[in-house]
Design a protein around this ligand. Sequence first.
Ligand code: NAD
Length: 372
Amino acid sequence: MGNYTIAVLPGDGIGPEVTDEAIRVLDAVASRFGHSFTYQKRLVGVAAIEAEGDAISDASLQVCQQSDAILFGAVGGLPSYDGSHKVKPEQALFKLRKGLQFFANLRPVKPLNSLLSASPIKSEVLRGTDLVVVRELTGGLYYGHLEPPVPGKPSEIRQTQQGKSAIDTLLYSEAEIERILRVAFEAARDRKKKVTSVDKANVLSSSVLWRQVANRVAADYPDVTFEHMLVDACAMHLIRKPTNFDVIVTENLFGDILTDEASMLAGSMGMLPSASLGTRETAHGRLGLYEPIHGSAPDIAGQGKANPIAAILSAAMLLQYSLGLKSEATAIATAVEQVIQAGYRTEDLSEEGTEVLKTQEMGQKIAAALAQ
Ligand code: NAD
């Protein structure tokens, strides 16, 4: 039994809808296991820009800093937001990552057996897939060489005699590579004990350094099987034989692309959770930010069509990684599986012979399964 404080940043579009259901499920966990969760709700994204003039205010950032974990919905994409503001909603995520030093993004992909037919990939290829992509989050091509680094901004566009040209730089230090590799090896120790380090060492110097550091770190984990793989080969093998992977660790941009590809293995964006972790310790473990991988889905916002499972599974990751409540996290995963197994679906997963539920109804079913 414990008392925990969770910062909640629902955001825009379907963000608040799916976050409400994650909270409903956390409340069901609290009742079943005798915990107490205190939620500190704050604005983020367009909601924060319109009310507070920034994608996330310093006061909200401080609330996040002082919490045990952060539950995040989604930002951006509101039709009412005309984009004329200097501040962009996505800056909230960059500010949170930078401010709270979240350098590792974990995205597990484990398609449920009863949902295999929802994926465009053949069921026999998918069955047994259980992998996690560990993506470096605060370096690489996303940040360029500007000092201080400016996320999301081209490093340099120059006028030349032949017209404009642009440069992006892919910079990694040994320390940055080592800390993300260690996250991957530690994660593998809790799983199937295999790490695949993905790079482009046949072309990029940063990848040659990445390999050197990865080999050195791997020597500290003799119990974990280790391999290198080129990013282009990895993109192919993810679709050809996803069951061969356990933990994939890679650079920021490679990870961005591979995780979207991997999301298709699970059938819908609405199924995949994520965790962003750093080094900041709290009274209960490591501070982390937990969010579904999908965006604010303006096309379905306000219609009760959003699948809340990615947000609910993000709450499960929060329990496991930041609060150290592994049994509680497993209980959520089991409840989700039971509800899907029983034939309930949201619209994105609907198939013949299943019952389509609204966002809130799906949250209620999962919370009820936890209570049993
Ligand atoms: P999106 O993920 O919001 O939507 C892509 C498609 O998937 C849409 O058809 C949507 O209806 C569907 N979808 C997404 N989540 C779903 C769910 N839970 N249930 C059912 N269907 C779901 O991506 P997009 O349309 O490219 O982006 C919309 C906005 O979200 C943009 O402003 C983008 O910048 C922002 N975005 C934010 C984040 C974030 O907050 N971390 C991540 C990605 C995109």
